[in-house]
Structure formats: structure tokens, C-alpha cells
Design a protein around this ligand. Sequence first.
Ligand code: PLP
Length: 446
Amino acid sequence: MPEPGSADQAPTTAAAAGDRLLTLDAAHAWHPYSAAGSADPLYPVRAAAGCEIELVDGRRLIDGMASWWCVIHGYNHPRLNQAAAEQLGRMAHVMFGGLTHAPAVDLIERLVHLTPAPLTRVFLCDSGSVAVEVAMKMALQYQQAAGRPRRTRFLSLRGGYHGDTLHAMSVCDPVTGMHRLFDGLLPQQVFAPRPAAAFGAPCPPAAIAACAELIASHRDELAAVILEPIVQGAGGMHFYSADYLAQVRALCDVHDVLLIADEIATGFGRTGRLFACEHAGIAPDLMTVGKALTGGYLTLAATLTTANVAATIASAAPGVFMHGPTFMGNPLACAIANASIDLLLATDWSANIARIEAALRAGLAPCQGLSGVVDVRVLGAIGVVELAQPVPMPLVQKLFVDHGVWVRPFGRLIYLMPPYIISRVQLQRLTDVVCVVVNGLSAQRP
Ligand SMILES: *Cc1c(COP(=O)(O)O)cnc(C)c1O
């Protein structure tokens, strides 16, 4: 411990702590989508509170990522901390096989109440990818129980992202999802083009024709269509027409194919509606939620479905749905999720998202028209600057940190998805820095 007031000792100790972390990390840790022992820079974190991440060296970064979109109420929130502490005093965990408890049942009740009406059956899972696996397995078991065992494939959209486990990966974009690495192992799914009709615009027949043709021609082998409603997230931050989504729903009805809406990124208000399906006024047959479910405290997700799908699965041998995670319905995670949902609904969240949307729109507007910028788009609390070239990552990451913000671009995209509690001043700083960085990148181009 540094002596109080020993000004020169504290930074040394902090630097040593940071160095120790980085050395051990480089020797043993894997980071998301990285090579072990990669030389890419890492920034050791000491703590986080509100919309700020504090590095071990004392620098504070305004958070523009909500830690991959899940920390909607900011870090270290007193109400969520309290919910966690109270639940810890009762039990951190108990198995969900043969037992039930208030945190899980209360959460299930909230999810049923908040999501589209036909979704009344809830399966709690450990992570988003698992929720997608569960939705796909439910669709497969449903078709088998309904006497259509040949319906084993899925149709998804190019540019989609649904998680990193094998079956979830099989419905991700085949190019960015690197399907060729897993040739022969991944199930071969059916891919419709990325929806071209823009958000806020109608979807003319030509813009749905390819998808409609694929659903019709593959109907006898399709268990379900799976898509991210309105916003394709990690596959490219692409916003598309609500009318397109409504038409896919209608096509699924015509061809008796299930519709899985993956709301893991869009759920809990991010797009300006509580769930993105609401933009189109549709209800899917299955829905997955995750990410923001616990306000970013613990990993938890859920798969919801209709009474009909659940009853059909139960009607045929073996009469049960074949999935049961060890940590299913973890009470600690559920208690925090309940507090997070209550916190969200206790605010005028919709006006707040509109506030963030307006600030993102105004703040990112100067990027429009810069050389090297292909598009600037904003929907709800999502602001995206799409560049012509991939972002030079380590360089740009360091630039953002040097400017005191945490923004993590991917591919050709620099985007902001801040916590909902972000202040006007913090948001202004985030958008200013994005403009400065984009401007710097465009100045470097010939
Ligand atoms: C993040 C994400 C997933 C995967 O969730 P994990 O918790 O990372 O497994 C699946 N679908 C969508 C739309 C996502 O954004």
C-alpha cells in the first residue's frame, strides 16, 4: 500500500500492478477473437462506476460501448449492487432441476409480461449463444414432434450474428463467421441476402423477393427462419425496414415455418422500443434475450416461445425438451435481472433513448461527407460511422484511450452504444472524439 500523500510512490505501485497483469495476461490469457500471446495493446482496469471505466494507471475513460451493449444502467449501480447483496444473503445458487425459486419465477413473469403476447413459455440459459442453441433445438424438436422430421435446416440473413457456439455459428454470416474454417462440421444453412430496404422505409416486393423465393423453395426442409429484428448488430450494425420484418413474419405463416427473433442485442430498449419486433408489430414464435438482461452484471439469457410450440414438443417422445444447463435460472443472476428490468421501467426510458438518439444524430453528423466515410446512421441508442476501409485497430484504440473514451471499433465500423444513463456532456465528448478520430483517419488518406 502506498503511504497517504506519497505522491511519487502511488503511480509506481499502480504501474507495477498494471505490468504484472499484462505480463501474466500475455503469458496465459485469451481475449475475444484474438491470438494467445497477441501483442495487441490491453488496458488494465481497476474499477468502473457510472459511465466511467478507471484504468489501473488512474486514467478515466467515458464508456461508449456499455461493455458490448449490456451495461445499460452504468457500472456499479447502487440498486443492482443491493439486489445482488440481498440475494447473496439468501443463496447465490441452487439447482433448477426439481427446485424453483422466486428470483427465477419473478423474472419469467416479467419476461412474459413484457414480450409479445403469444410468448408465454420461458427457458432460462447461461449466455446468448446458448439461448440461440436452445431456440434452434426447440424448433427442431417442434418439427419432429409435429411429424415433419425432414425440417432440419434454418434460413438466416447474410450479415447476421447469433453467437459463437457451433449451431449458433452456422446461422451467422458465412463470410464474417468464417464458415470455411469449419467445413464439413457446421450444418449447411440457407442464407437470404442482407435486407436492403432501409429502416423507416417500406419494403418493395423486389427487396423481399430473394428471401421469399428461398423460404418457398426450401419450405419442406426449413425448421425456422432466424434473424435479428431491425438491427443486425455484430454482423455489421445494419438497420433495416420494419416492413421487411413484417413480410418475413407473413411468409413464415404462409409456409408454416417458425420465426426466431434474436433480440439479444436489441432487447430492453436499445432501438427505441422495448423489443425491436415492436417496430413491425409482429410476434415471433421464439425469441432470445440476453446481453442487457442483467444490466451487464452476470451472464444470463432466455429463450421464450409459445404455448403451442411448448405443447407440441411435449406431445411426442421423449416428451421433454432436451436441454438443462447446470446454472439454469441462477438465483443471483435472476435477482439482478429483476432489479435491472424494474430500474429500466421505473424511468421514462423511451424519452431517454430519444434523447440519446438526438444527441448521437447531431454529434455524429459532422462525420457525414468526410472522405473515407461511407455512411453515418443512428437508431435509438446506437450510432454508427461506417468507413470505406477497415479501422487500423491498435492505433485507433490507443487514440480513443488517449482522448479519454472507451470505443472499440470492428471491421469498417466505429460505433457508439453507451449506457442509457450517459449524460449530455459525456455523450458530447464521445461524439466529439469519434469525429476527431474519423477526421484524422480521413486526413491520412491520399
Ligand atoms: C451477442 C449476441 C449473441 C451471443 O451472445 P453471447 O452472450 O455472447 O453468447 C447472440 N445473438 C446476438 C444478436 C448477439 O448480439
